[in-house]
Design a protein around this ligand. Structure first.
Ligand SMILES: [Fe+2]
Length: 213
């Protein structure tokens, strides 16, 4: 009889370190700040970059899509990726065809780690003191920066942002405090102040290291 031993992958190690941190740190803000360097180590592991070549590219319809590698049964955090091909078109919302992808992630924390390629990340905030309605939240840009492999960006609850492609293939590993897709997230039109809500990315289950078993 042959006994198969499962090799411990970089994902197993990342999940173990994350669970250890979450067990020790109940404060959400501190947890997510302290998780950033753990994600940086994960991104620097050559096996992750190597494995990402075989991951399928995400497909966008009227909604975005993420790859889903892991959901924690106790803490609820998930390990996602977003793989964009050079020619990938962003999601087009039938009702808002001119939307330029500015959004928030509702109540969850997100760490967005770049594994391959470069992107621009834009940050916005609601204009202070401005009138706000159910369908109207005027916003202003407060940041616009270039990210590269190894960069980790913390997106706090309700922080408004957009990721912009620079026309190259990109892969991001995204850690979220909760699986997205089943709850509404804010969408913003910077030009008109338009605000509406929509469901987050569809979750496509994929094995991160298919050769590890
Ligand atoms: Fe986002």
């Amino acid at each position: 009889m042959t006994t198969l031993t499962k090799t411990e992958t970089a994902l197993d190690a990342f999940v173990a370190r994350t669970r250890e941190l979450f067990a020790a740190e109940p404060d959400l803000e501190k947890r997510w700040v302290e998780l950033a360097p753990i994600l940086t180590d994960f991104l620097a592991d050559p096996s992750v970059q190597e494995a990402s070549r075989a991951w399928p590219a995400n497909e966008f319809t009227d909604r975005a899509e993420n790859l889903l590698f892991y959901e924690d049964p106790d803490y609820g955090f998930v390990v996602n990726a977003l793989k964009r091909e050079v020619k990938a078109k962003p999601a087009v919302h039938p009702k808002y065809p001119n939307w330029r992808g500015i959004h928030d992630h509702a109540h969850i924390y997100t760490l967005y780690g770049v594994l391959v390629g470069h992107e621009m990340i834009e940050r916005y905030r609601p204009v202070e003191g401005a009138e706000r309605r159910e369908d109207y939240v005027p916003i202003e840009q407060v940041g616009n920066f270039r990210v590269e492999p190894g960069s980790v960006d913390l997106v706090r609850p309700y922080e408004i942002h957009a990721e912009r492609s620079l026309g190259e293939q990109t892969v991001a590993v995204i850690i979220r405090s909760e699986k997205s897709g089943d709850f509404l997230q804010g969408r913003y039109d910077a030009e008109s102040g338009g605000y509406w809500e929509g469901y987050g990315p569809i979750q496509r289950e994929v094995v991160m290291f298919p050769d590890a078993d």
